[in-house]
Design a protein around this ligand. Structure first.
Ligand code: TRP
Length: 331
């Protein structure tokens, strides 16, 4: 059993891309590993949310992850700010993190470019907080997407540096969690690229979309004038809709519309109607569970308390040992 840690950004409204990207893997991971999944609410302070927004987002995202299958009996699910030991390790790591290396991080440079009016120290030290998140549990593995590879490299640097400085193999050097099979990439509805929240209204299908909203989004998805030659290759926008159908419809349904396309007999209206119907069938159980869990504050409180207790047990053990190593010792 390996220890795996992953942070979850507290932005609610999960979409189909999140589900088939991160979440399905988390669900698989929790079966075979000692997983810690936490909601990274300290990290989110870099953007200065209002207290109401912060609290609401944490609650929403916790409800959504539980509704999609994260299991508090299998994994340790907690809220980062319930585990203040992380902050002590963050401070200690910051003492050995250099301005130059932090300034060179691509995501930091991007933030500086995009929001020059809010370049705060939290943004600069985002990688040391991430490292603290992971090594506080002496984790071996971190599931990371392409955008987080540099942050993983920084975690490894800080863990190694600590070990070298105190001449002790204390922290395991975390590496990327490898998923056996390739991840399914979910395209958006706007005819290009991948499903994402920032790609504009209507591009993403959220697990908690109301049926009417979902239907409207699919009926408005980008298509074209239709195929003109038998068995022609599908342009990207059409291929994307077929990919979505492959994910939510039966193989028979998919084949049926694929045949119609190849014979130039497809009617996009019918195709989209079927896609919307199957999509709704897929999302409805999620939408209902999200609603039920979100309104069950007692349950959410219990999950958070149980997670915090388990996470603090592991974190305080590490902190105690680290303090001893560093020289914070009793007389
Ligand atoms: N930075 C991650 C993201 O933007 C969230 C995160 C915070 C994280 N701490 C982490 C991920 C530790 C993995 C490990 O998605």
């Amino acid at each position: 059993m390996e220890t795996v840690v992953s942070g979850i950004r507290p932005t609610g409204n999960l979409h189909l891309g999140n589900y088939f990207g991160a979440i399905k893997n988390f669900i698989r991971m929790q079966e075979e590993n000692n997983c810690y999944f936490f909601i990274a609410d300290y990290h989110s302070l870099t953007t200065h949310p209002t207290p109401e927004n912060l609290h609401g987002n944490v609650k929403q995202v916790l409800a959504e992850y539980l509704a999609t299958g994260l299991d508090p009996e299998k994994a340790t699910i907690y809220i980062q700010s319930d585990v203040p030991e992380v902050i002590e390790l963050y401070l200690l790591l910051n003492m050995n993190a250099y301005l130059g290396e932090l300034e060179r991080v691509t995501s930091f440079k991007e933030k500086v470019r995009k929001q020059p009016e809010n370049v705060n120290a939290g943004l600069l030290t985002y990688p040391t907080l991430m490292a603290a998140d992971v090594i506080i549990h002496k984790a071996a593995k971190v599931p990371v997407g392409k955008d987080q590879e540099q942050n993983l490299e920084m975690m490894r640097t800080f863990a190694r540096r600590f070990n070298r400085m105190y001449k002790e193999d204390y922290f395991p050097i975390p590496s990327a969690y490898n998923f056996g099979e390739a991840l399914v990439k979910i395209p958006g509805l706007d005819g290009s690229g991948k499903m994402g929240k920032s790609e504009g209204e209507g591009n993403a299908i959220f697990l908690n979309d109301e049926p009417k909203v979902l239907q409207k989004k699919i009926m408005r998805a980008v298509t074209d004038a239709g195929p003109t030659e038998m068995d022609q290759e599908k342009p990207e926008a059409i291929e994307n809709l077929f990919t979505l159908m492959k994910v939510v419809s039966t193989p028979d349904t998919l084949e049926h519309f694929d045949d119609l396309y190849n014979k130039c007999e497809i009617r996009y209206g019918d195709f989209k109607k079927q896609l919307a119907e199957d999509m709704l069938k897929f999302t409805t159980p999620f939408r209902e569970r999200i609603r039920d869990i979100y309104s069950n504050t007692d349950y959410l409180r219990k999950v958070a308390a149980q997670g915090a207790e388990k996470a603090r047990e592991s974190a305080s053990k590490t902190i105690k040992e680290v303090r001893e190593i560093i020289g914070f010792r009793q007389f």
